[in-house]
Design a protein around this ligand. Structure first.
Ligand code: HEM
Length: 517
């Protein structure tokens, strides 16, 4: 009789029992290993989170993930082990160490992780999902010129047109008392969708004309949410593949239908844009991406489509969140709104509000920075994997193949790094705060806030984002008196909103009144 026979017995019942016992013992042994013997065992964190990924998944699915992680940082310090193989950092130095190719403690930026990005279905690649450095830089090489400061200034007439239409439509809606109350989130979205649609596909989605969304737009947040929830299952590949065949029953039908509709419409738009008859010569993204075809290793038509569809999500959702944060804080802080009015109304005509002139306005820029600090549109951070040989992050040696991230909300809301972190204080971004030692914000760690990411994966659309955010806010504030609405939706309690990778925004009613001064 062999050792195995002695342990598990020979009859079917005892063998089944033994298998069951072993199956139960395996996770227990794994939890003990994770807590006591794992290479990350020396890092602090709650016991259950260090033992298993389940508490992390519960938090990720639990709607308030960034705030839970912020609480863990308050309790355990600047580095917290939030899962057996994952560290969360709340230290400005970590931006360079994790994300930079040139300025950090490591030879190069850490890679995106297959779990969070990756292309499991082997579809056409996009700049966002590829985890291969070479592939990523190939796409970025062709994409960057379409989003440079120069390109944005060539795109200015297109951007200006849509923002003016937004203002005109709001004016048309005013009642006898020369005011109108609207859900400003919709108006930001209509404007952003129309601009990004035009720049990506050569034609707008017509949202401002119709004052309504296309069907798939109203499902966009739900499909991002679903994608985010399903990503968390990738940690358990066996369970994940068991669920896959049932995915079509688990995913709500509207989301599938709207997604297919979106892909079909985008494909048609792009086909029209690319057809020789269209003969469109304009400074949009497509023209730039197509230039790449001349050089051999350019983007394939599928890649152009995939990346153009990505632009719609990446550009609209994030910017609408930042702008909603601005509006929400301005209507609640009249002295801040009035400082902004003073700055913007120095221009005698709205036609003077050019992208170049707005760039120079310190308070406008400070307002946008403060919104990105307090209400980061990507509040769960950007996940990376240390190389197999390990790396250094914020003074800690981190073993290879560890998931690492900066928690932007924890850092930006930390008393250790910001004076009055929970308060709306645009003045912390003004020059005086940086140079005057008596300013209460002098010691603020402004470099800890990087709303557009950092390093080789930094947001390609950053120049466009600044440009259209400045223009939309400036034109609204120049044209109207913005007031807190007299409705139940007059303010958003920001942290009460669900977070599923993106912020699922509540409605925000704002009253636009004819300008009094
Ligand atoms: C306020 C607005 C925006 C914010 C806060 C924002 C934020 C970010 C952040 C943090 C990343 C880096 C993600 C990472 O490191 O994993 C990113 C990437 C990206 N963003 Fe933005 N973004 C904004 C607007 C835009 C716009 C207007 C576009 C234009 C199409 C855009 C397109 C992209 C793309 C394509 C990437 C992927 C870049 C890469 O992986 O190389 N974003 N964005």
């Amino acid at each position: 009789m062999g050792y195995l026979d002695i342990i598990i017995g020979r009859n079917a019942l005892s063998q089944t029992l033994s298998v069951l016992i072993l199956a139960c013992l395996y996770p227990v042994a794994k939890w003990i290993y994770n807590v006591v013997f794992h290479p990350l065992a020396r890092f602090p964190g709650p016991l259950l989170w260090r033992a298993s990924r389940l508490p992390y998944m519960r938090a990720a699915w639990g709607k308030h993930f960034p705030y839970e992680i912020r609480d863990l940082h308050d309790q355990y310090g600047d580095v917290v082990r939030v899962a057996p193989n994952e560290l969360s950092f709340m230290d400005p130095r970590a931006w360079d160490d994790i994300y930079s190719n040139t300025d950090g403690a490591n030879a190069r930026a850490f890679k995106k992780s297959e779990i969070w990005h990756g292309n499991p279905d082997n579809g056409p690649s996009s700049v966002f999902i590829t985890t291969d450095f070479k592939e990523h830089s190939r796409i970025r090489r062709f994409m960057d010129p379409a989003f440079s400061e120069r390109a944005v200034s060539q795109q200015e007439p297109i951007i200006q047109d849509y923002v003016s239409i937004c203002i005109k439509k709001l004016q048309e809606r005013m009642n006898d008392k020369a005011k109108v109350t609207v859900n400003i989130v919709d108006w930001f979205n209509f404007t952003l969708f129309d601009i990004i649609g035009d720049l990506s596909f050569g034609e707008s989605f017509g949202c401002l004309d119709k004052c309504e969304y296309e069907g798939w737009m109203s499902q966009m947040a739900d499909s991002i949410k679903l994608h985010y929830l399903s990503i968390n299952l990738r940690w358990y590949p066996i369970f994940n593949s068991m669920l896959k065949p049932f995915a079509r029953f688990l995913v709500p039908k509207e989301i599938i239908v709207h997604h297919m509709d979106y892909v079909q419409r985008s494909t048609e738009k792009l086909k029209r844009r690319l057809s020789p008859e269209a003969n469109i010569k304009r400074p949009d993204f497509v023209s730039q991406l197509l230039r790449s075809e001349d050089r051999g290793e350019g983007l394939t038509p599928d890649e152009v489509l995939q990346n153009s569809m990505l632009f719609i999500n990446a550009a609209s959702e994030t910017t609408a969140t930042a702008l909603t944060a601005v509006a929400n804080n301005l209507v609640q802080n009249p002295e801040s709104l009035s400082a902004l009015e003073d700055e913007i109304r120095k221009f005698s005509s709205p036609s003077d509000l050019s992208l170049q002139s707005l760039k120079q306005l310190p308070y406008l820029n400070a307002v946008l920075q403060e919104a990105l600090r307090m209400c980061n549109p990507n509040p769960i951070g950007h996940f990376r994997i240390t190389p197999p040989t390990g790396g250094k992050v914020a003074g800690h040696w981190v073993p290879g193949n560890t998931m690492v991230t900066i928690q932007p909300i924890a850092l930006a809301h930390s008393l250790k790094y910001f004076h009055e972190p929970a308060a709306w204080r645009p003045e912390r971004w003004l020059k005086e705060a940086e140079t005057d030692v008596n300013s209460p914000y002098y010691h603020d760690q402004r470099k800890g806030v990087r709303g557009f990411g950092w390093g080789p994966y930094i947001c390609v659309g950053e120049p466009l984002a600044w440009a259209w955010m400045r223009l939309i806010i400036a034109k609204m504030v120049w044209t109207f008196d913005l007031k807190k609405a007299d409705t139940p939706y007059s303010t958003i309690d920001w942290e009460a909103q669900d977070v599923f990778a993106i912020v699922i925004k509540h409605r925000l009613d704002v009253t636009f009144a004819e300008r009094s001064a």
